[in-house]
Design a protein around this ligand. Sequence first.
Ligand SMILES: Cc1cc2nc3c(=O)[nH]c(=O)nc-3n(C[C@H](O)[C@H](O)[C@H](O)COP(=O)(O)OP(=O)(O)OC[C@H]3O[C@@H](n4cnc5c(N)ncnc54)[C@H](O)[C@@H]3O)c2cc1C
Length: 416
Amino acid sequence: MYMMELADRGLQDETRMMRDVTRKFVDEHVIPFTRQNWQQEWNMKPEGRLPEKILQTADAIGIRTLGVPEEFGGTPLDPKTETQTFAVISEEISRGDCGLSDKMVQIWKVSVLLRNVAPRHLQELWFPRLVKDPTFLLAHCLTEPSGASDRWLPYNVPEASMRTRAVLKGDRWVINGRKQFISNGYDAKLYVVYANTNPKVGMLQGTSSFLVPRGTKGFSVMRCNETLGGRFMNNGEMVFEDMAVPKDHCLAQDDTMKRAGIYFRPGKIIVAAKNLGVGMAAFERTADYVQNYVQGGRILIKHQAVAARLADMATKLNAVRALLNEAIRAMDAGAHDAEVLCNQAKMFASEEIFAVAKNAMELHGGNGVMLDFGVERFLRDAALFLHRDASVDISRFKIVKAMFPRTAGVYAGPEN
Ligand SMILES: Cc1cc2nc3c(=O)[nH]c(=O)nc-3n(C[C@H](O)[C@H](O)[C@H](O)COP(=O)(O)OP(=O)(O)OC[C@H]3O[C@@H](n4cnc5c(N)ncnc54)[C@H](O)[C@@H]3O)c2cc1C
């Protein structure tokens, strides 16, 4: 298909092969499941929403444990093309279902973080367990009820710090607080939790991260959030009440927000890629529909207004992909504009793909809003991306701050 030419260009053979295996999995298992069982995403029991079989199949083709070191049984990836591979595979899974993609990519991103910051003995303990159990999920907990934008900006003042607190008592860290909106929060088995360890300084100097196994005393999962889209990922809310973890479970003390860059930048790429997968799915369904559905005696695409909208959708998708690829190249090269490009790719994707999904819905007329027809879900899924990993406005702020650090960069600081 025409849109695949751009998607394929520049990909290494190994990445293309993995993409093709993932595509087969999505076409044979994920899309048939979501189309035939459209009510299932509205099952209000999170436990049974997505059949385990889908996770087992994802595991069997090796896409669940990307990011896990090969010595512990993870799927080996060429470090030079790792980010590109993450992007390609997450897009492809998201083309089938973006909630499933959310589930998987948390494993990849947190694994990359752990292999960089976790002590060796904790890697030896947890990676094999993760590899062995196809239902093992990971979660990364930053957001709190007080809001996440302060963390993304960040205004580096004590007032903007996290409310979750960790205090070292003897040989244990005692953590109190609450996290919300966490991907896999409801059903993960291992969590990375961020907490304030120095209330006198800004977030960049006073935040630490901790490894928290599910079941730790004082840890409770309070609820599963029922989201508008991406419903096969169980987003959760957690509370920590005098929860103690051993001293060595502190992954990075005080400067963790800086060190977590290893997670955040590829994170933006992956969010944009998952978002692109939603747009590609919306385009594929729409291209098929307008070439088969007849109105006014002609298939829809013969009507010029319809054709023009389809052209618009394709252009937006290609523009998102081109910017995404450029951000990946900048990141891999360690270029100084990587930060700006990653934020631009994530922010641009969210607005453009929302518009693509809206066009898809409109071109399907009444069918576009019927749950059992399954096109409205692209708009619901796309809506979630507008604020994830920072809202559109906060992303714009970050872009301009990185470009003009001396002026926009001190926007919220004192006038001088
Ligand atoms: C499906 C889903 C999955 C998620 N997964 C995770 C996860 O795995 N881990 C995690 O930690 N978090 C996760 N989040 C949280 C997500 O990162 C936040 O929702 C997002 O960053 C926005 O933060 P907020 O919701 O607290 O909004 P707020 O920060 O409260 O912002 C509310 C509004 O105010 C605006 N605003 C805030 N401050 C400013 C400012 N200074 N200037 C101008 N405008 C401002 C924002 O742009 C926004 O429009 C997830 C959220 C969802 C819904």
